[in-house]
Design a protein around this ligand. Structure first.
Ligand code: B12
Length: 214
């Protein structure tokens, strides 16, 4: 079994110690860390999601799976950042999961991937009001705002970000990108946002594109 499959399995089997050991192994053996996140632990949480969808996993398993994935990523992230620090900053992005929504995993992966690709990322966490996201983007003089939503009920908050920017006459100051499992290109268009990406690799491409770096 390759290490990515072992990583995925550790999340599905809710094996915290195993996941942490594998994360450390990836660092020690200089395995590409972004791939370890996407193809390994990220694949694992997707399978956990499928098991939840199929009614085979319940909330406690779901939460444990998320914790296992998060702790493994926490071990990897400082090493990713280490390799990224010496590069010139490509741009500054303020990221958050929108108000009412506590899903952090996808947003954190995107933030990690952007950092690893030379962006400066200010991660505001989850359950963040549109007003706060905008205020922070202004304070930080960011070029980009990234907003995640995993619930159909919280997606409206993404639209609120672009609407508020418009109302406040600040829409031209920032490029806004949206994402999260229920988000589609059509929804992004409806929100009058600037970009959509369905995964973290695409998020880096769209961010670079919007800042004219590609
Ligand atoms: C893990 C999980 C949880 C964990 C979250 C832990 C955490 N720290 O994040 C816990 C257990 C806490 C949880 C809670 C809940 N959850 Co939940 N959860 C999931 C699950 C299984 C996986 C989500 C995930 O992390 N996926 C893995 C990541 C890597 O994928 P991702 O988030 O899509 O991110 C990728 C892309 O979307 C994109 N992306 C993401 N964000 C952004 C942002 C930008 C700017 C860009 C460009 C791209 C981008 O890139 C990412 C990397 O590739 C999904 C099921 C599923 N199949 O998605 C349900 C799911 C999202 N949850 C759901 C629900 C209903 C809930 C609860 C309401 C359950 C409850 N009754 O309490 C609560 C929510 C409470 C709240 N107020 O938010 C539903 C949502 C239904 C809907 N359509 O609205 C889902 C779809 C499950 C289901 N089938 O019913 N959940």
């Amino acid at each position: 079994m390759d290490i990515y499959e072992e990583m995925a399995k550790s999340v599905v089997e809710l094996e915290m110690e195993k996941a942490k050991t594998l994360a450390q192994e990836a660092i020690d053996k200089e395995i590409p860390l972004l791939e370890a996140i996407e193809k390994g632990f990220g694949e694992g949480i997707k399978r956990v999601g499928d098991l939840w969808d199929a009614g085979e996993f319940f909330l406690p398993e779901l939460m444990r799976g998320a914790q296992v994935m998060q702790e493994a990523i926490d071990i990897i992230t400082p090493h990713l950042e280490e390799s990224g620090v010496k590069r010139k900053t490509k741009g500054k992005i303020v990221m958050a999961t929108i108000e009412g929504d506590i899903h952090t995993i996808g947003k954190t992966i995107v933030a990690t991937m952007l950092k690893a690709n030379g962006f400066e990322v200010i991660d505001l966490g989850a359950d963040v009001k549109a007003e706060t996201i905008i205020a922070e983007a202004e304070k930080q003089q960011a070029n980009l705002i990234g907003v995640s939503a995993l619930l159909t009920t919280t997606m409206m908050g993404q639209k609120k970000v672009t609407e508020l920017l418009e109302q406040q006459g600040k829409r031209d100051k920032f490029k806004v990108i949206l994402g999260g499992a229920p988000v589609t290109a059509k929804w992004v268009e409806e929100c009058k946002a600037d970009g959509y990406a369905e995964n973290a690799v695409a998020a880096v491409t769209i961010a670079k594109n919007l800042l004219g770096l590609l």
